[in-house]
Design a protein around this ligand. Structure first.
Ligand SMILES: Nc1nc2c(c(=O)[nH]1)N[C@H]1C(S)=C(S)[C@@H](COP(=O)(O)O)O[C@H]1N2
Ligand SMILES: [Mo]
Length: 507
């Protein structure tokens, strides 16, 4: 039993050696070449849609932390197993290490823009880790000896294991530290001075924000803004490295540098973003003021062919979104954005440039760290989420949310402000109604409409009577269509149904 523990320890320590060496090399060969990053990204790209949705349901935007934890547990179990199976004459553990390192190397090689050097961290790491495993197991496999010699052997084993473990942690930490120093673009971001908008956003009237306690503010602060993406580590792309290539079914290919872009007249617009994975009542929605450049103008410069109907936008980490060309050029404020609420885009929200399209869910439009627009056709290519079972088109569905009171709140009888937000980007919100139990629908008071591209707040003054109650809301969009009560799952093109809270009003 004791022996098995020591064998398992050899495996875990040697796996740490692999990772430590690999992290140090990855500092030089690029974050994508780290086995942890490469495998994490490969897992994200291959996670079945249903699994991803339940993970997002449970862990929200901590989905990456959850994946990290799962990978750690699996790695420890496999490494311990490799240690237990390894013998001097029968190197099964070494073979296991080799197999996983080759998998990590292949994953690294298949990332966007990978060169052959991307395989080096995993492979060199494997050589070091296997050497470590062999050295440790040699000390455990020593033939039966007198008790004194065996105690000396054990001591030597533990000393070696401790030394290797410390060395692995040190190289790993050094690799991470150097890597973040080399790559981190927050220094570059701090030097960006955003251009003034030639066409600024109309000022937000005070009455756009009802300021009811518990109600989301009209503008979502950057630090509060939801984050959803497939990036296991946030891409670090400086303004010097960034460029946008517009190509495909166009008359002339266009490549814009950051300086080319910011020499153009900038516009500023408030637009509410929504994620297709947002369940009814969920918080994957936020409103910000974006500074950017009309996508339609950029496309016009390239001259899209008349038979093209889709723009496939691509990020530096190879995420893609397919937006209808028609939507990008119909006059709405579809932007290539560089600023968010008066600041350069936060790195996790797409620095230095991303797309924002009013009326389309993020997965078909809002590409962060965007570097390419390919003018093409829906019948020729599929975007990232379409390949994974989501609808190729993703117009935002009319939705409302009750922010206050919270579900299962205990309330005093009498006046209660039931308040929330409603959105139907690019169609606007014309009414919100509230229903208590199965009674009549009552109109809520709306905040001042700012634009059809942003959400709208509402409040209903409810005269609450004692007892348990269900309170529901429903919105009507600018075309007069009422939010459907029929429930639909988020897959394939967005949830439907009415938000409801259950409250207990005291006597
Ligand atoms: N590069 C990249 N851009 C992306 C995504 C992604 O996974 N990678 N996800 C999209 C989705 S699904 C949504 S809802 C929005 C979210 O933008 P936010 O994180 O700034 O809120 O980004 C979109 N842009
Ligand atoms: Mo999304």
């Amino acid at each position: 039993m004791r022996m098995m523990g020591l064998r398992a320890l050899s495996g875990v320590v040697s796996a740490l050696v692999i990772l430590g060496v690999a992290e140090l090399l990855a500092a030089g060969f690029g974050a994508d070449s780290s086995p942890v990053q490469a495998l994490g990204s490969a897992i994200i790209d291959r996670t079945p849609t249903a699994v991803r949705e339940s993970v997002i349901d449970i862990f929200g935007t901590n989905d990456k932390a959850f994946l990290y934890a799962c990978m750690t547990v699996v790695a420890i179990v496999l490494a311990a197993l490799a240690g237990i199976l390894e013998r001097q004459q029968r190197p099964i553990g070494s073979v296991l290490f080799a197999v996983f390192s080759v998998l990590a190397a292949v994953a690294a090689l298949t990332r966007a823009d990978a060169t052959w050097t991307a395989a080096l961290p995993a492979l060199v790491g494997a050589v070091a880790g296997i050497a470590s495993l062999r050295a440790l197991v040699r000390r455990l496999d020593a033939p039966q000896q007198p008790a004194a010699a065996s105690v000396a052997n054990r001591r030597e084993f533990l000393g070696l294991a401790a030394g290797l473990c410390a060395a692995a942690l040190l190289t790993g930490a050094a690799g991470r530290w150097i890597g973040s120093r080399v790559r981190d673009v927050s220094g570059n971001r701090a030097t960006v001075v955003l251009p003034a908008a030639t066409d600024p956003a109309p000022p937000i009237p005070p009455a756009a924000d009802l300021r009811v306690p518990g109600l989301s503010s009209y503008v979502t602060e950057n630090s509060e803004f939801y984050r959803i993406d497939t990036a296991f580590t946030v891409p670090q792309l400086s303004t010097d490295e960034w460029s946008l290539r517009i190509h495909g079914m166009v008359d002339r290919e266009v490549t814009l540098t950051y300086a080319d872009l910011t020499a153009r007249p900038a516009v500023e617009r408030a637009v509410t973003l929504t994620c297709v994975s947002n369940p009814i009542g969920g918080d994957l929605v936020g409103n910000a003021t974006w500074l950017g450049y009309p996508i339609a103008d950029l496309l016009a410069e390239a001259g899209p062919h008349p038979d093209a109907d889709m723009v496939l936008s691509r990020s530096i980490d190879n995420f893609t979104a397919g937006s209808p060309l028609e939507v990008l050029t119909d006059g709405r404020d579809a932007l290539l954005a560089i600023g968010m609420n008066g600041e350069p885009l936060p790195i996790e929200h797409g620095y230095p440039a991303r797309l924002v399209v009013p009326g389309l869910y993020g997965y078909v439009s809002a590409t962060k760290w965007v570097v390419e627009l390919e003018v093409t056709r829906f019948d020729r290519v599929q975007a990232y989420w379409t390949e994974r079972g989501w609808s190729e088109r993703g117009p935002i569905k009319t939705a409302s949310r009750i922010d206050t009171p919270h579900s299962s709140a205990k309330l005093p009888a009498g006046q209660v402000a039931v308040a929330g937000v409603a959105w139907a980007q690019h169609r606007g919100i014309s009414a919100v109604e509230v229903q208590v139990d199965d009674g009549d629908w009552h109109p809520a008071r709306l905040s001042e409409q700012y634009s059809g591209d942003t959400w709208r707040q509402w409040v209903y003054d409810w005269d609450a009577t004692p007892g348990p109650h269900t309170v529901r809301a429903r919105a009507t969009d600018g075309t007069g269509a009422v939010q459907t009560a029929e429930t639909a799952d988020v897959i394939p093109d967005g949830a439907t149904g009415l938000p409801a809270i259950f409250v207990h009003v005291q006597d």
